[in-house]
Design a protein around this ligand. Structure first.
Ligand code: ADP
Length: 466
């Protein structure tokens, strides 16, 4: 593998636009709409569609949104218990400040460009600490102070369905036929049949400045994976978020639905988002040491020891919903243990590219529903702590890790992960008490909402026989 260079992320990729280039395209009539977006706690794009003329003349400096958007859930509820905002505080505004380095065309929508925003306090213009982009920037800055850059890649797995979102919703989410009839892992024949969605997806994303590597069939009926070339952490999270959004929009345009729900059927494998991680000093791979048997530097060993030791603390950021925990099942390639292994897909952490400058660790715990900013930030915080405390890395685990009784488990439920998050002094020191209290409330609310529901399963089990 050729040594990767940081230069690739410093040069704007073909597809991204400078503000001046956007202005010219608006003048020439090529762009009439600018999507001004930020990323919410759930990792979704939220924002407004601007007339392009207004954006280039005025709104590129800032626009505003209601501050409940960083204290809500998938249903846009207004839960109590957040210190940052509430009905009592009047749900005021945040400033959305466009990050002009993120302007890109959105080729699957006619005449449209997009820019991502940072969220600032309405009065002070200080960054809002629980804004997912701010959470990640804080850990990237800590690493930069130590002299390192993080290069990350997040894989996107998802299911494609025969029907559209609207048809499926109208069926009460019963009509869930995946787009293929068999496990399509690495299949070329079946994925040819999905090219109506996947080919425009790859090409549109590439033209939007997102360095798509490939797509492939995954290990279930109708399951696909999208791989994007690794990039600096913030770019990686931006790429992931836009790509996930694009998967849904392109599938919708073709009359199909795409779902990132980690586990939509009990008897089917779930969807993950594995995170590949390496640290660099300029163009030098700080995880690589040619003298080590596996090519791992001491720095990498400390980083990995931190990742493993603190996995229970940050599991919520890899598995943020009740459903996320249904994915952690034996024999499904989804890990259940916080150990590492050399190129072994049953452990929580897999060493990849060993013996080369591309040596890296892949965290396999995350589900397809993770927020990539929060997940990366939490793992960087754990890795930094491992480096700071010079934590010792245990030897790798071999064989079927599912059966390794000595290996520690990751939290098995959202309830358990909420408590490890709440009690994490590591994350509190790294991210701030305000941020951890905010996301602990987010986690609690998901559980409270679930606990209010009477499920079909309970009724079928107990209606007659209880
Ligand atoms: P596999 O063959 O296991 O799928 P790949 O070589 O395709 O592995 O890499 C998987 C992901 O890891 C890709 O998204 C790739 O860009 C990323 N990757 C490669 N090298 C590094 C690195 N040094 N740091 C972080 N991610 C990397």
């Amino acid at each position: 593998m050729p040594p990767p260079t940081l230069l690739q992320t410093e040069i704007p990729m073909a597809g991204t636009l400078s503000f001046e280039q956007l202005k010219s395209q608006v003048t020439e009539g090529g762009v009439d709409t600018v999507l001004v977006c930020f990323v919410d706690m759930q990792g979704r794009l939220m924002g407004k569609r601007f007339h392009a003329a207004n954006f280039v003349e005025h709104s590129h400096a800032e626009t505003h949104c209601c501050n409940y958007l960083l204290a809500t859930d998938l249903e846009m509820a207004t839960p109590d218990g957040y210190a940052s905002t509430s009905w009592r505080a009047g749900y005021g505004d945040y400033v959305m400040r466009p990050d002009l380095s993120t302007i890109r065309p959105i080729p699957w929508l006619e005449g449209t460009a997009m820019v991502l925003c940072d969220i600032l306090d309405h009065h002070t213009h200080a960054p809002v600490p629980h804004d997912p982009r701010a959470v990640l920037k804080r850990q990237v800055a800590r690493l930069a102070e130590m002299g390192f850059d993080a290069m990350m890649a997040t894989e996107l797995e998802f299911f494609l369905f025969e029907k559209s979102y609207d048809e499926i919703r109208k069926s009460g989410f019963r009509d869930l036929a995946p787009i293929s009839g068999y496990n399509e892992d690495y299949h070329i024949l079946q994925t040819t049949k999905e090219e109506g969605i996947m080919r425009p997806l790859r090409n549109h994303l590439y033209a939007a400045g997102i360095p798509v590597e490939n797509t492939k069939g995954e290990a279930e009926t109708g399951q696909e994976e999208l791989n994007i070339r690794y990039a600096a952490a913030l770019d990686c999270a931006d790429h992931h978020t836009i790509a996930k959004h694009a998967v849904k929009e392109v599938a919708w345009q073709q009359g199909h639905a795409a779902s990132f729900l980690p586990k939509w059927a009990a008897d089917k494998v779930g969807s993950s988002s594995h995170v590949h991680q390496s640290l660099w000093q300029g163009a030098a791979p700080a995880f690589y040491d040619a003298a080590d048997a596996l090519g791992m530097s001491q720095l990498m060993k400390h980083y990995m020891a931190g990742l493993i030791a603190y996995a229970p603390d940050y599991t919520f950021f890899l598995a943020p919903y009740v459903n996320s925990y249904k994915r952690f099942a034996k024999g499904t390639f989804a890990p259940t243990k916080t150990v590492w292994s050399v190129d072994n897909r049953t452990a929580g952490f897999r060493l990849c590219g060993y013996g080369t400058k591309g040596v890296r660790v892949e965290c396999r715990i995350g589900g397809s529903d993770l927020n990539p900013y929060l997940a990366q930030a939490a793992m960087l915080a754990a890795g930094i702590k491992g480096i700071e405390d010079k934590l010792e890395l245990a030897p790798p685990t071999k064989g079927d890790v599912y059966e390794d009784a000595k290996a520690a488990d990751i939290p098995q439920t959202l309830r358990a992960a909420t408590e490890t998050l709440r009690g994490s002094s590591m994350l509190r020191a790294a991210m701030g008490d305000d941020v951890i209290d905010h996301y602990t409330r987010c986690a609690e609310w998901e559980q409270e909402e679930f606990d209010r529901v009477v499920t079909d399963w309970e009724i079928a089990r107990g209606f007659e026989r209880a």
